[in-house]
Ligand binder design. Structure first.
Ligand code: FES
Length: 153
């Protein structure tokens, strides 16, 4: 039998997805809702590429079953702004040209965004601590830190 649809609130929209409840949130976002901001990196909760906000808090969507997101507000990279009107954290990363391959940037941006929502004026050390567990295999950390500092508003 087909699984009962799961109701999610993603980027302010209510939607029903026909996923089984233990499917990883990341796969539902990407495959059912075509939200490809969050990336699949390690699938183990270790790299941060899949980061989304759940009720404003950074969360690794590759290890969160979709049922855990029911009744909560999920925000993806797409929810921060658009190509025409990027959000302020996104704009800071654009201004600093912080991408090399760009694969990790979803996680970097969402992690900085989550920090700024709970602390609008973090120190450089606080930013570094927050990004410590987000991996970038290109080694673009200098530009990423410049962008994170620029995003502090
Ligand atoms: Fe989720 Fe690496 S893909 S933490």
């Amino acid at each position: 039998t087909a699984p009962r649809p799961i109701r999610l609130n993603v980027n302010g929209c209510e939607c029903d997805v026909p996923a089984s409840s233990d499917t990883a949130l990341l796969h539902v976002l990407r495959n059912d809702l075509a939200l490809n901001g969050p990336k699949y990196g390690c699938g183990l909760g270790e790299c941060g590429a899949c980061t989304v906000l759940i009720d404003g808090v950074a969360a690794r969507s590759c290890v969160i079953p979709v049922r855990a997101a029911q009744g909560r507000a999920v925000t993806t990279l797409e929810g921060l702004g658009t190509r025409q009107q990027p959000g302020s954290t996104q704009q800071a990363f654009i201004d600093c040209q912080a991408a090399q391959c760009g694969y990790c940037l979803n996680g970097m941006i969402m992690t900085v965004e989550a920090l700024l929502r709970r602390n609008p004026n973090p120190s450089e050390e606080a930013l570094r601590n927050e990004l410590h567990h987000n991996l970038c295999r290109c080694g673009t950390h200098v530009e990423i830190m410049q962008a994170a500092l620029r995003a502090v508003r």
